[in-house]
Write a protein that binds this ligand. Structure first.
Ligand SMILES: NC(=O)c1ccc[n+]([C@@H]2O[C@H](COP(=O)([O-])OP(=O)(O)OC[C@H]3O[C@@H](n4cnc5c(N)ncnc54)[C@H](OP(=O)(O)O)[C@@H]3O)[C@@H](O)[C@H]2O)c1
Length: 254
């Protein structure tokens, strides 16, 4: 353990969905604390631009998280960096559809579950094996308050996030004995490309979300990213199997 339990020197963290939004903010925050990074997403140019801006060693992997080959390439990239494979942030996610669950076509269910749930499971399986071999590590899955409530019109998204929390608990139990700590971070409404699209299309929804939030505003990407990075640090060495809600008090308001 380093003298400062918040530092991440000599450790590599793999961040999926790092080309923008919360994932890019996680990359910035983790790099600032000393972590080397493997950044994964489909948009290579955005990953390259971010990598050029970070103070630590970075490799980029352009690919689909639901493809097992992408996870293998991420591990190869981590090996090139030479520092210990310490962290995985399963952040890649999509929420592109907006219909009542009863009217949601099967292919939309498949799209959302494939990226949000299967992608995270593929990365956890591949990277978790390496962590077990190295004597420990950290996995954070991006849940959502959508997985803890019944927000209408985004049924597959809600289900994917609730399932991720269940995966978090399962992995925490199975991998705890090997020193791998696994948690979910469940943001409320955070200003990112994903949410801007949804809010622009539904001003009434935007109004409702903010009206109920005790802090009276949506969150910024760095406000979701910092707690994720905290869970990667030695300061969080006794936290596993949890869902950390980062929503400005929105759920507490009922
Ligand atoms: N923003 C919120 O209010 C909020 C609230 C709760 C939870 N979350 C969760 O936080 C995470 C990040 O959300 P965000 O708001 O930052 O969204 P965003 O701005 O839309 O970013 C999503 C990221 O995921 C990547 N991605 C999407 N599909 C992918 C795929 N098949 N393979 C690889 N990468 C993929 C995107 O990159 P490419 O397009 O380049 O592949 C992008 O980097 C998601 O899991 C989301 O569900 C967000």
């Amino acid at each position: 353990m380093s003298e400062n339990p918040y530092l991440l020197d000599n450790r590599t963290i793999i961040v999926t969905g790092a080309s923008r939004g919360i994932g890019a903010a996680v990359a910035r925050a983790a790099s600032r604390q000393g972590a080397n990074l493997v950044l994964v997403a489909r948009t290579k140019a955005a990953l390259e631009a971010l990598a050029a801006d970070l103070p630590t060693q970075v490799r980029i992997v352009d690919g689909d998280v639901a493809d097992t080959a992408t996870a293998e390439r991420a591990l190869d990239a981590a090996e090139e960096l030479g520092t210990r494979v310490w962290g995985l942030v399963n952040n890649a996610g999509i929420n592109p559809y907006y219909h009542p669950a009863m009217d949601t076509p099967l292919h939309e269910w498949e799209d959302v579950l494939r990226v949000n749930l299967l992608g995270a499971a593929i990365f956890a399986r591949a990277v978790g094996r390496v962590m077990v071999g190295e004597g420990g590590g950290r996995i954070v899955n991006l849940g959502s308050i959508a997985g803890l409530t019944g927000l209408p019109n985004i049924g597959p998204y809600n289900a994917s996030k609730a399932a991720l929390d269940a995966l978090t608990r399962t992995l925490a139990v199975e991998l705890g004995p090997y020193g791998v700590l696994v948690n979910s971070v469940a943001p409320g409404t955070i200003r990112s490309e994903m949410v801007e699209g949804l809010l622009d299309a539904n001003p009434a929804l935007a109004q409702r979300l903010v009206a109920k939030a005790p802090l009276g505003r949506v969150g910024e990407c760095h406000e979701a990213a910092e707690p994720i990075v905290f869970l990667m640090t030695d300061a969080a060495s006794f936290i596993t199997g949890q869902v950390l809600v980062v929503d400005g008090g929105r759920l507490a308001a009922g």
